[in-house]
Design a protein around this ligand. Structure first.
Ligand SMILES: NC(=O)c1ccc[n+]([C@@H]2O[C@H](COP(=O)([O-])OP(=O)(O)OC[C@H]3O[C@@H](n4cnc5c(N)ncnc54)[C@H](OP(=O)(O)O)[C@@H]3O)[C@@H](O)[C@H]2O)c1
Length: 298
């Protein structure tokens, strides 16, 4: 596809609360892996040029250290790179971030237990992004019961939302029953979980359930799958390879198209620090799979 025809808008739109976004978005964790600040900034600007108006981030996306634990040299915060690349922000840009976990180079990761700790994480995001309100905040849940009851932690964020510091709330790393636990405290506009064509397919029913409740489902690691922070694997699986060959596209594009075919409420946030990969990924917004392709992919 010629690069001047690539647009995230080709994926269609979804409304998160009162904010409408293109279903093809961008995940900013990987840009911290790029030691070249100007190249990282260029990737972010190119994403927006290509119609991306939904960017996922977190204050703990920082290298070296942070989630990816890569590189050397001065800290590269995804949130600060977003600000450097895009502020003053386009009106239609929705930046989704996450709290619940915090990262400090001196002490490592901590899980927030109290309202004061969550507020500090919200304020860190506001400061690094240079905003006075966060569009979407996901409460990142760990695998265990957590340091404090979910209703208390979500309730603390609902108070910050009522105070105007947050536009909309979501959950990440969530289980279906947790949506019921927080029902009535504040609306959940999105669930952000690990999911892909060949990863964590036990989530299928939850993906459908979110759609039935009008909640966006935002898979992370749609390309990396079970490889997670290690990144995309060279081994793509025979079905993904076959469908890619049939359409004359890359396996990564098939993975993203499959993601978008899981429902109108499913939003893609592929991550990359590479401009060519970015363009390839956004081009997948226009890729339509056939019912036979979807059966083949399983
Ligand atoms: N809620 C959570 O707990 C959570 C956890 C993790 C991530 N996230 C969010 O989800 C986003 C997506 O996750 P992710 O960025 O780790 O993984 P991903 O989008 O599944 O895959 C990224 C990996 O694929 C490679 N890649 C990207 N496009 C490619 C292409 N066209 N061809 C070949 N390789 C390609 C990237 O390397 P290159 O950089 O070399 O392209 C990187 O290794 C993150 O950026 C973050 O915003 C959320």
């Amino acid at each position: 596809m010629p690069t001047d025809e690539i647009t995230a808008a080709a994926a269609g739109s979804w409304t998160l609360g009162d904010r409408t976004v293109h279903r093809m978005g961008f995940g900013s964790m990987r840009i911290t892996a790029n030691p070249d600040r100007e190249r990282a900034i260029a990737v972010l600007r190119r994403a927006v040029e290509l119609g991306v108006n939904h960017i996922d981030t977190a204050a703990f996306y920082v290298s070296p250290g942070g989630t990816l634990r890569v590189g050397t040299g001065p800290a590269r915060y995804a949130t600060e790179l977003i600000r450097a690349a895009l502020a003053p922000y386009p009106e239609d840009l929705v930046i989704a971030t996450k709290v619940g976990f915090g990262y400090d180079p001196a002490t490592g990761f901590t899980e927030a237990a109290t309202g004061a700790q969550l507020r500090a994480q919200v304020e860190e995001n506001l400061r690094r992004l240079g905003r006075d309100r966060l569009d979407v905040v996901n409460l990142r849940l760990g695998r265990g019961p957590g340091p404090a009851p979910l209703v208390e932690r979500f309730g603390a964020l609902a108070e910050l939302r009522a105070a105007g510091l947050i536009g909309h709330l979501g959950l990440s790393g969530a289980r279906p029953e947790q949506l019921d636990e927080v029902a009535g405290i504040a609306p959940v506009v999105c669930v952000q979980n690990n999911y892909g064509v060949d990863a964590y397919r036990e989530q299928d029913a939850f993906v459908r359930a979110c759609g039935e409740r009008g909640i966006a489902y935002v898979p992370f690691f749609a390309l990396a799958g079970t490889n997670r922070e290690r990144g995309a694997s060279a081994a793509q699986g025979a079905a993904v390879e076959a469908v890619a060959r049939a359409h004359g596209v890359t396996p990564q594009q098939v993975r993203l198209a499959w993601t978008l075919h899981q429902g109108p409420h499913v939003l893609a946030i592929p991550g990359t620090g590479d401009k060519a990969h970015l363009e390839e990924n956004i081009a997948a917004a226009a890729l339509r799979l056939t019912p036979e392709d979807l059966t083949h992919l399983g």
